[in-house]
Design a protein around this ligand. Structure first.
Ligand code: PCA
Length: 322
């Protein structure tokens, strides 16, 4: 009897491992219809398909599992096996995380891609020290100014309630004499509805996702920088996968990166059209406003270089050579 029971148990174990399914959570901070989230959902579906259902990744959008600033630590600690973060949110931890948040350092898709290549080796190294793998990044569309009145220069922003999403966007607010308050995207619509903020810098994508046109009628298309989202993997969780599953994950990540950058570029123009359709005026910034924002950028690159030290300088040098 005992012998038979042992055999039955062994069979069960074999059966279980043949169908072993690994379940991962992937928290993100943006809504399901956001292009980053759609891209991640496609990535999760690709992994599911390529592994024959062995690795199931559940995407938790809209900061439902962890708030934007908490996702990096959740991946580091293994509370989430994967996660998507906005790199510039972590500039105070390490300046290189914020390189893609400096106004006019890299202000086109081509330049943003080059800056990413310059950042990538040190980004991967830094994250690896924290037990995190950098799987891929995707740039947000270029950042412009949403504001509830028409403006001709930065001086017109004095005293205005300014939403920041990162240390750099808070600093911009300070430099133009506005009143910065940090609000993550998941709370942005509410902050506008309650009058907590009257202006902010971001992409047409976020303007559309948050229905900014219901509260704010002007967008100044300054195309100042393109911050990146990064999709991260807990290294221990990755190491625990079998080799074919690891390969499938890496391949789907590569594809998601390529698809995501193309999607961002294509959708940028669509988002600006959608803003217009919903009653927003998309302005070309005046020469004065452009010059003022350039000056803000000059100050910020100086401040960044001082704080980032030789490591930051090396990233800038590599970028300039590309
Ligand atoms: N949208 C995000 C970050 C950059 C962007 O375009 C936000 O506004 O929170």
């Amino acid at each position: 009897m005992i012998h038979k029971f042992g055999l039955a148990m062994a069979a069960l174990t074999v059966g279980a491992s043949a169908f072993a399914q690994t379940k991962w959570d992937l928290p993100t901070a943006y809504p399901p219809t956001n292009f980053h989230t759609e891209n991640i959902s496609q990535f999760a579906a690709d992994v599911d398909k390529a592994t024959g259902g062995k690795l199931k990744i559940t995407v938790h959008s809209n900061a439902s599992l962890f708030k934007a600033p908490e996702i990096k630590r959740a991946v580091q600690g293994g509370q989430a096996q994967m996660g998507e973060i906005l790199l510039v949110n972590f500039q105070n931890e390490w300046q290189v995380f914020g390189a893609d948040g400096i106004p006019f350092l890299a202000d086109s898709y081509d330049a943003a891609w080059k800056l990413y290549q310059a950042q990538k080796p040190v980004l991967s190294k830094k994250l690896a020290e924290q037990g995190i793998m950098l799987l891929y990044t995707v740039a947000w569309p270029p950042q412009g100014i949403f504001v509830n009145k028409t403006i001709n220069s930065a001086a017109d922003l004095k005293g205005i309630k300014w939403r920041a999403y990162s240390p750099a966007t808070a600093r911009i607010g300070e430099l133009v004499g506005a009143q910065p308050v940090t609000v993550q995207q998941a709370e942005l619509s509410q902050a506008m509805a309650t009058g907590v903020i009257e202006s902010y810098m971001s992409s047409g994508s976020t303007g559309y996702d948050t229905k900014t046109y219901e509260y704010i009628k002007n967008f100044y298309d300054t195309q100042a920088w393109l911050p990146k989202n990064a999709v991260l993997v807990n290294k221990k969780a990755f190491d625990a996968l079998d080799k074919p599953t690891q390969d499938a994950l890496l391949k789907a990540g590569d594809e998601a990166e390529k698809r995501g950058w193309e999607l961002s570029k294509k959708k940028n123009l669509e988002y600006l059209e959608l803003l217009k359709k919903n009653g927003m005026t998309v302005h070309v910034p005046s020469a004065q406003l452009k010059a003022d924002m350039k000056k803000v950028g000059d100050t910020m690159i100086k401040e960044w270089t001082e704080k980032a030290g030789p490591e930051g300088q090396a990233v800038l040098d590599a970028y300039k050579k590309m």
